[in-house]
Every structure is written in C-alpha cells, then in structure tokens.
Ligand binder design. Structure first.
Ligand code: PLP
Length: 401
C-alpha cells in the first residue's frame, strides 16, 4: 500500500493553502460564540476597518464572505454587471481560465485576450480595444493580478494608466487571490473597482473567507447591475452594516479570531516589510532555480512573481513525478503543473507567513552565513539569503533529476 504520509514534518510549499502560523492556530482554537452578542459585531467592525489596509484603500467597502476565491469572483461579477455586458478578460493561465469560464457561464459577453502561458496580460491589445471603443461598450476589465498557475504578475498600474489615457469608464475588477498581502497592491492608487482575495493564501489562514473590496464606483454599479445574486448580494451586507450587527448570515467565529490574529502579525511586521520579505524569497527561489539549471515558466523578468515560481522541467521529465516523489520521499508538498502546463512545470509557493531559516549548509565553519546554497556544486549567490525550504526543495529535485 502507498504510504500517504512520509515521516516527519510536512513541508508545505504549494501556492495555497499555505502554512498557518502558530499564533493564528491558537487564536482559532476556541468555542463558538453567539454572533449576535455585542462582542462579534464589535470585533467585526474593527476587522472591516483593518482589512482595508491590506488592500491599501481608504475609500473601499470590504465584505468578508464565507466563501473561497471562486465565490469572491462571483460576488465581484454579479454585483456590478448585467448578463450580456461586454467584458475584456485576460487568459494567461489556469486561474484566469477558470474565471473566464465563470464569466461565460454567468452570460457575460467575454472578450478574451489570450497570451501564451508564461506571459503576462497583453496590454497592447487592451490599448487597441480601449482606443476602438468610443461608445464605451466595454463595461469591465477583469484581470488576475498574479496568475498562480504560471507565476506571472500583471502590471495593474499600466492597466489603470491605459483606462485613464483613453478616458474609459470600464470597471476594473482584479483577482488578488495570490497577491494581496504579499505583493505590492494599491487599490486606491490604481483605481481598482473590485479587488478580492481568499483567506488561505497570503493571509495564512484556513480556507473559508473571501474578502472582497468595492470602490464607491463599484457600489454605484450595484444599483443597475441585473445579474441574479442571492448569497453574494452586497446589499444584504450593507443592510446589516447599517444596523451595526454586520452579518446577514452566520460567520465562522473561529476564522474571525484567526483573521484578527493574522492581521495582527502582518501589522506588527509592517505590510511593506511583508511585501519586501516576499520580494526577497521570490528572488532567492529564482536564483536557486537558475542554479539547478532549470528555467522559470515566466518568460520575462517584468512578470516574475514573488509569491509563486513555476519551474519548467526538461522535456524528458514528467513534472508530476517530481511532485509525487517529493511528497512520498521527503514529505514535501510542491504544486503540480495545471492544465496546459501539466507535466511541464512544478510550482514552489513562497507566500504567506514564511521566513528564511539558514540551514547548517548555509553557514561556513565559523557559523557565518555563506549567503548561498550549493546544489550539485553550483552556488547560487544571493546577498540577501536563501531560505531553508529551498534547500529542501533543491535536495528533492537534485535526487529526482
Ligand atoms: N484565483 C487565483 C489567482 C487562485 O490562485 C485561486 C486558487 O488557487 C483562485 C482564484 C480560486 O480560489 P479558490 O480555490 O479559493 O476558490
């Protein structure tokens, strides 16, 4: 019989769900409470103010919905748009593909702009479409900030610049599931109308809260949006916000306490430091991949993701086998390649509450940091350091390749 669990600690390096820090686990280990008591609304009120900080918005209205990223997508679309509305949507990997599928099933008229997997959204095509759309038939631009399947980060500042340049009023709907709280994200500055994330990604919580933030323009759009919505109707939330009770239906008490603890950790570190830490870990991962002699699936530096790296393997190797063996032999969870890149890439998630822990091999005989990691005799120099888990991942791939 296959052993499901190899001995020792599981080294979780998929790009979500991610490791949950101990203080968060402890904060969630509690009984249920009456969500209509004075305590939960008081806590919710502060949480709603605090989650705005991770979106970098002062004008947005947040909704903490008991759902996943997929539900958050649906809430963004159905609250702001009507069936038949034309939307421009970028297909660059599995998650943008799934969002497009949802958009089509919700009966929007989806104008798909496709790029090769490993490339970012084609913003030249967006410019052409905006320039040609003098009568403003495009009602929304939908874009995944960080495509988790390929490790590609799109440039949202440029999307905003293009919309402004052409004076185009389309709503900007952004999937920030694997970016918010880890990558630089500026809802107000970039004029994002709806931004969303899921609790199991950079917030380092269990799955179960979809956090969606709507700009004043997006809230205005709800008044004319004709899409059918029930569970995801923001108006139900707004009604309870006004009453000061906040919840139209039962929230997970444990997740709320977990969210409180997760935000406390993030604010204690400082959001900008959190983003900087992800930059460092992303760079260290890419250096290690280079040192292994492997290629990043992401084709250009401008799209490199600091939360996930999709590693291309040579054509004679099935990347799923690497993931399988890493799990079986080392209790190491790496991300599979999905859909078009199945068998071609494996993914290393480096998001959430992670640190650099220098293993023995990264110190010299005097115990000083060598700032590097040796993989098959190749040293990946990185002045800022290389994380332990890369050593783990490197060990796995070295043996397997
Ligand atoms: N968007 C992105 C970028 C994702 O990475 C994911 C999941 O990994 C989703 C959306 C879907 O989220 P969920 O699986 O929580 O529904």
């Amino acid at each position: 019989m296959d052993n499901f669990y190899a001995p020792g600690k599981n080294h979780l390096f998929v790009p979500g769900p991610v490791n949950i820090p101990e203080p968060v686990i402890r904060a969630m280990n509690r009984n249920n409470e009456d969500y209509r008591s004075p305590a939960i609304p008081a806590m919710t009120k502060i949480l709603l103010e605090d989650v705005k900080k991770i979106f970098k918005t002062t004008t947005g209205t947040p909704f903490m919905i008991p759902t996943t990223g997929t539900g958050a997508w649906e809430s963004a679309l159905t609250n702001t748009l009507s069936p038949g509305d034309r939307i421009v949507s970028f297909l660059i990997g599995q998650f943008s593909l799934l969002w497009i599928d949802q958009q089509q099933r919700l009966k929007f008229n989806v104008d798909v702009v496709e790029s090769e997997w490993g490339q970012g959204a084609n913003l030249d095509v967006l410019a052409e479409k905006l320039a040609a759309d003098r009568t403003h038939t495009i009602k929304a631009i939908c874009i995944v900030h960080n495509e988790t399947a390929t490790g590609v980060t799109n440039n949202l500042a440029t999307v905003r610049k293009l919309l402004d340049h052409y004076g185009h009023p389309a709503l900007l709907l952004v999937d920030g599931v694997s970016s918010i709280c880890a990558l630089d994200f500026r809802m107000d500055e970039w004029g994002v109308d709806v931004a969303l994330t899921g609790s199991q990604k950079a917030l380092s919580l269990p799955t179960g809260i979809g956090i969606v933030c709507a700009s004043p323009k997006a809230l205005e759009a709800t008044k004319t949006a004709k899409s059918v919505r029930v569970f995801f109707d923001w108006n139900d939330y707004l009604k309870f916000y006004k009453l000061g009770t906040f919840w139209p239906y039962t929230p997970s008490i444990q997740l709320l306490y977990g969210l409180r603890a997760a935000l406390d950790l993030i604010f204690e570190e400082g959001l900008d430091n959190v983003i900087e830490r992800h930059r460092r870990l992303g760079k260290a991962t890419r250096l290690a991949v280079e040192a292994w002699g492997l290629k990043n699936c992401t084709q250009k530096e401008e799209w490199f993701s600091d939360t996930v790296t999709a590693v291309l393997v040579p054509p004679y190797i099935d990347s799923s086998e690497i993931v399988k063996r890493a799990w079986k032999r080392y209790n190491l969870s790496l991300g599979l390649g999905l859909n078009k890149v199945a068998g071609k890439v494996f993914r290393i998630g480096h998001l959430g509450n992670l640190n650099e822990h220098f293993p023995h091999s990264c110190t010299d005989s005097g115990g000083r940091r060598k700032h590097g990691i040796t993989i098959e005799g190749v040293e990946a120099h990185d002045a800022e350091g290389v994380a332990t888990w890369l050593d783990g991942a490197a060990g796995g791939t070295r043996l397997l390749l």
